[in-house]
Design a protein around this ligand. Structure first.
Ligand code: NAD
Length: 506
């Protein structure tokens, strides 16, 4: 893991052989800021500075929102078919750049190169394609006829400018999860990439220009959460706020958007249960449980609370330890690595603090609980955790799991629901009836039974309780990013002539 110096010239930096723009992207052009923030690679934090990126503020956000507003009428008027061809080109251009994006994202946020290249980044293009197709296919509910003969129909019109603020753990893919449906529905976007890993989102500007996205339809303002994020999500000129991140920041975002009375979508963190019943395939359960350390535990959906039926606890633990023993923590660019570093020294401090406080509260370390040097942290498991311990209640966002046992289904559900979160739950059982009962009873936006992480993009995604507000995916995204409008028409008074087709603009 050798450090290196990287030369920066004319607002660009060379990262792993890729020329990455460091300025904002407004109306299709790079816009410079004198203020900068430093980006370092978590692979070798002390030795590897990546870039000084433009730190935007209110001025840049104002300019980006104004550009998005100017671009909105023409983009909206293109209609779903017109936008489809542009977004399909954008998806193709992203596909072509996946290996390049993977090289940059790996050094920017420490995610596994192979996982980025094969699994995560291809989903970015899929998101754009899926929502572009969806906008074309979405015709709304069938027309109804009222008793007086009026035709009653529903329109899904674009709403205007969407503010998007996303986190660093899969920055490019998570940005497209918001940007894709917003653009497909006919809105224009201002994106604030995460300041801990902004580089691949910055490349999205270049890719958008190559694909022929009209200037101003997608704008990118770099900066810190306070410097650029807050002015954007609280901006009176935006019509929707889409935020993915922590509940703590979400409270601020929600408050800042409140005076503008705009809809806000919040995709937040979790402390998800991973429930293993005595009738489960224990090998499969142990394998999937060990996967919860993926990305150094920096996955919102991770099932970090292992709940295992007492009768199979020892058996499960033995198999789980064997699978964890196969984990290789190291440089995420290397093929044999299972997971890489934490993102930032602040993240290491947070993980270390959680571990120290759990030990102080009386939790027993089964393994791990220590740094491996730099920002690398050992896979960690706590057992015999007191019910009141913070480690059972708060998201660590690091490679730290807890193990609790339960005697019966009712206790499993009680423990599963014993936090303020509700993002996801995973259940291992061979009983379909039990799977159904547990799915109905756990508080979660997504429940996986004998599998993990898979989902059709048509189905809703989101969190209950403090894990979020709103759902995305398929029509759930569209309803959020559209002005849903009822039109009642006395059609007998139409005289023909202007057929008035097309999507409305402002
Ligand atoms: P964070 O809340 O600290 O920051 C998220 C983004 O918001 C960053 O880009 C940050 O710069 C920006 N931001 C900060 N203050 C802001 C403000 N006032 N207004 C607007 N933007 C602001 O979260 P993080 O540490 O970057 O990410 C980790 C969190 O995200 C975890 O809780 C994780 O579970 C969650 N997450 C959720 C999902 C999901 O889909 N539910 C996906 C990934 C991550």
């Amino acid at each position: 893991m050798s450090g290196r110096a990287v030369s920066q010239a004319r607002g660009r930096v060379d990262v792993e052989g890729v020329s990455v723009p460091l300025e904002h992207f407004i109306e299709g052009r790079r816009v410079r800021s004198e203020e900068r923030f430093e980006v370092r690679s978590p692979i070798d934090w002390d030795g590897w500075k990546l870039a000084d990126v433009a730190a935007g503020g209110r001025l840049e956000v104002d300019a980006a929102v104004a550009a998005a507003r100017r671009a909105f009428p023409a983009w909206a008027a293109m209609g779903p078919e017109g936008r489809h061809s542009v977004l399909a080109r954008l998806a193709d251009a992203i596909d072509a750049e996946v290996p390049v994006l993977a090289r940059v994202e790996t050094v920017d946020n420490g995610s596994l190169y192979e996982a980025m290249r094969l699994r995560v980044l291809p989903r970015a293009a899929n998101n754009l394609r899926f929502f572009a197709d969806y906008a074309v296919e979405r015709l709304g509910e069938p027309d109804r006829t009222l008793p007086g003969g009026e035709r009653n129909r529903v329109r899904y019109d674009p709403c205007g400018v969407v503010a998007v603020s996303t986190p660093w753990n899969a920055p490019f893919m998570l940005a497209t999860w918001r940007v894709g449906p917003a653009l497909a529905a006919g809105n224009t976007v201002v994106l604030k990439p995460p300041d801990w890993a902004p580089l691949t989102c910055s490349l999205l500007g270049e890719i958008a220009n190559q694909a022929g996205l009209p200037p101003g339809v997608l704008n990118i303002v770099h900066g810190t959460g306070i410097g650029a994020g807050a002015p954007l999500t609280g901006h009176p000129g935006v019509d929707r706020v889409a935020f993915t991140g922590s509940p703590t920041t979400a409270r601020i975002v929600y408050g800042d958007a409140a005076p503008n009375l705009v809809p806000v979508s919040l995709e937040l963190g979790g402390k998800s249960p991973f429930i293993v019943f005595e009738d489960a395939d224990l090998d499969a359960a142990a394998g999937t449980a060990s996967y919860q350390y993926d990305n150094s535990g920096q996955v919102c959906l991770a099932g970090t609370r292992l709940l295992v039926q007492s009768s199979v606890l020892d058996d499960f633990l033995e198999r789980f330890k064997a699978r964890v023993g196969e984990i290789r923590v190291g440089d995420p660019r290397e093929a044999e690595t299972t997971y890489g570093p934490l993102i930032h020294p602040v993240a290491l401090e947070r993980v270390t603090g959680h571990v120290e406080r759990a030990i102080a509260a009386g939790a027993q370390l089964a393994f791990g609980g220590h740094s491996l040097g730099g920002l690398y942290y050992a896979p960690t498991l706590f057992v015999d955790v007191p019910n009141s311990a913070e480690i059972l209640q708060r998201e660590v966002f690091g490679p730290v799991l807890t193990l609790q046992s339960f005697d019966d289904e009712a206790e499993a559900i009680r423990l599963a629901n014993a936090t303020e979160y509700g993002l996801a739950a995973t259940v291992y059982t061979r009983s379909e009836a039990r799977a159904d009962r547990v799915s109905a009873s756990v508080v979660a936006g997504t429940v996986w039974v004998n599998c993990f992480y898979v989902r059709d993009l048509e189905t809703p995604f989101g969190g209950a309780r403090h894990s979020g507000i709103g759902r995305e995916g398929g029509r759930h995204s569209f309803d959020f990013y559209c002005d849903v409008k009822t039109v009642c028409e006395r059609t007998v008074l139409f005289t023909g002539g202007d057929t008035g087709s097309g999507s409305s603009a402002e």
